[in-house]
Each structure stands twice: as C-alpha cells, then as structure tokens.
Design a protein around this ligand. Structure first.
Ligand code: SF4
Length: 368
C-alpha cells in the first residue's frame, strides 16, 4: 500500500492509474487537512477517490511520549512505527486496511520554538540510530537500526503540527534529529518534496535545513534535486587528527572533500552553508583550534565565493554515568568566539534547548 502522506500530487498521479493531476492535488490537500479519504471532494470523481483508497492509506505513528522541557519551550516526542504484520493505525483515511508494515521501532522528534510567537521548527529524524558514531552524539552510540521511510519522516511534522494551538504553525524543518540524512537521501528528498508542496505541507524550502556529518555525493545530490533547501555541515574541528577522533566519517570522506562538495552546493544554490562546531573542553576549544577554523572559513569563502555561517553549539551531556566530554563554560566559549572574530570570522551562538529532557543537540537516543 502507498503511504499517502508521503506523496506529492505528481507522484500520486503516477502511482494511481486513471486519476488526473488536479484530482491528485485535491486528494493530497485533503489528506494534509486531516480529512477522511472517503469524504466526497469537490471536482474529484468518486472513481478517483476509490482508486486511491484501493492502493493507499495514511499510516500513523504512535506517540509513545511527549516530554516538554521545564526550562524552555522545547518538546520532545518519542514515536513508534507500527509493528510488522500488526494492523497499522491509520489516520484520517476512514480505511480499515492494514498499515504500512513497520517494526515497532521508536525514534525521536523535537519541536523547536522560533523567535516569532506561534512559529515552530521541527527537528526530524531520518534514521533509527546512526552508523556514523560521532563521539559527541548519543544517537551514534546506538549504531544504525534502519532508515526511516519517507512517510515516517513526513509524519513527524504532522504529529507536531497536530499538537499546535490555533494560529500556530510549523514554519521550518531541520534534519538534525536521529541519523545522517544524506545516508538516507532517497527518502529524505521524497519527504522534502512533500514538505514544500503547496498542496501538502506548504513549508518554504528555504526554511528547511539538512545537516550532515559530511557525505559529498549526498551534498551534490541535494544541491541538484532540492536547490532551495539549506545545507549545514558538522565541522567539529579544522584539524584532521582532532576531527577524525570526533567524527570517524572523516576517514572515509575527509573534510576537504566534504567542503569541495559544500562549495559546489553553494555555487548551484546560491546559499551559503552553515558550519556547526561544538567546542569541547581540552579537545577542540583552544585558540589554535579557533584560528584553524577561521582560516578554513576564509579559504572556503575565497575559493567558493560564499561565506559560511558558523554556529557554535554548546555540548550537551550524552551519558549521565560516564560522559566522554566536558562542556566548555561561558568564558571558554567567549574566548573561542573572540579568537575567531580576531581573525575576521564572525560566529553566532546557537541556543540548544530541551537539555533537561534530553531533547538538545546530540542527545537523542532510543537505546534501551
Ligand atoms: S551527529 Fe549525526 S551523523 Fe553523527 S552520529 Fe549523531 S546522528 Fe549520526
């Protein structure tokens, strides 16, 4: 069965013989308004609705928990896929059909408040677990369990949206939850297509950011196939031996290769990349580290004509019993940013909220 919430009108028209694009648009719009599929729709033939009902449903994720931070307005959701073979809960279809088989795995999503009241961004997961094993990330400790399906990615935004009050809306999406999105790029691109489609979730593509640890082929594909979507690269350190220790992916795809692809992305899309760095006490927080990063940013700007926007993200503990790193204190972070500014490179400090419910950057994990 097709998962209807992961189809654009064009994809639905291709998948269901006999329906027109105009009908597909109206059906997709009804699905994203949350209407039951059986309901008659203006200017959609009954036979078209029936053809879609025979082939598609709208599988749902079970909300296992919803934890609101007590210190800021971040909310973390744990979501479970339907179990394989179990009758899948279907939402909004009026369909009694089986759900798209899943496996009962749980993954997490975070609702992030934006500055403007009533506007939110959704930090979505693209995989259950992650194979890349970055040393500062709880998800990386899980190993890869599996890729998420496109509908499971789309559904995360729909779950968050369903919990918003009147007048509030999802303004953006950031692929910075569990998993490396470019390691699941087919499904990520499918989901992005639905996020941006005016009949579906109608989110401005420029308010969508894909964050990667550095997969050059994926960066190039993202530039070609979703050229309005923004790119963020986790840099961690401009020094090879330090980066390799923190991000083992650097052995397979060295940072120079990743930045070459990021430069192409900037040329094709006209969008400067965001670079993320998390200073860790005694690891990558020194003045030399800051200068090396500033130097790398300056060389990137000169070579590619795009100045990276550098986000300094505080470290969030990932293990209450034996945490591998110590967060840099305010003074250390200020020193690091000052050293970069002294080299002519501006940074901005990213607020990373929801730490008390393990919803902050690097903390997502469903390892039991
Ligand atoms: S930071 Fe991202 S790429 Fe690295 S282990 Fe965590 S989820 Fe995977």
């Amino acid at each position: 069965m097709l998962a209807l919430q992961a189809k654009t009108p064009e994809a639905l028209e291709r998948a269901v013989p006999g329906i027109t694009l105009s009908e597909a648009r109206k059906i997709v719009a009804a699905v994203h308004r949350g209407e039951p599929l059986g309901r008659p729709l203006k200017e959609v033939r009954r036979s078209a609705v029936e053809a879609v009902r025979e082939r598609a449903l709208v599988p749902a994720l079970e909300v296992v928990s919803e934890q609101a931070s007590r210190v800021d307005p971040f909310v973390k959701y744990a979501l479970r896929s339907p179990s394989a073979g179990a009758p899948g809960p279907a939402c909004g279809t009026g369909s009694e059909g089986p759900g798209t088989p899943g496996d009962g795995h749980v993954f997490e999503t975070v609702r992030i408040p934006l500055e403007r009241a009533g506007r939110f961004s959704v930090c979505v997961s693209s995989q259950v677990g992650c194979a890349l094993a970055c040393a500062f990330c709880a998800t990386g400790r899980m190993g890869l369990v599996r890729n998420l399906e496109a509908w499971e990615i789309v559904e995360q935004v729909r779950v968050v949206r369903a919990g918003l009050g009147r007048g509030a809306r999802v303004h953006g999406v950031v692929f910075q939850g569990m998993g490396e999105p470019l390691a699941n790029i087919d499904r990520v691109l499918e989901a992005v297509g639905v996020f941006c489609n005016p009949s579906a979730l109608a989110i401005d593509a420029r308010a969508i950011t894909v964050c990667t640890a550095g997969i050059p082929s994926g960066i190039r594909r993202l530039a070609r196939e979703a050229p309005k979507v923004r790119l963020a690269v986790s840099i961690s350190s401009a020094r090879r031996e330090v980066r390799r220790r923190l991000m083992p992916i650097d052995k397979k795809h060295p940072l120079e290769e990743v930045l070459e692809a990021a430069g192409e992305h900037a040329r094709i899309t006209g969008l400067a990349p965001m670079w993320a760095v998390t200073p860790l006490t005694g690891v990558n927080d020194s003045t030399e580290e800051a200068r090396a990063l500033a130097d790398l940013a300056a060389r990137f700007s000169a070579r590619h004509g795009a100045r990276p926007r550098i986000s300094v993200i505080p470290y969030n503990p990932i293990d209450p019993n034996n945490d591998p790193f110590v967060r840099v204190d305010e003074a250390g972070e200020a020193r690091f940013r000052h050293a970069m500014r002294a080299c002519g490179v501006m940074t901005h400090k990213r607020y990373s909220g929801g730490g008390d419910v393990q919803a902050a950057c690097g903390q997502l994990s469903t390892r039991s």
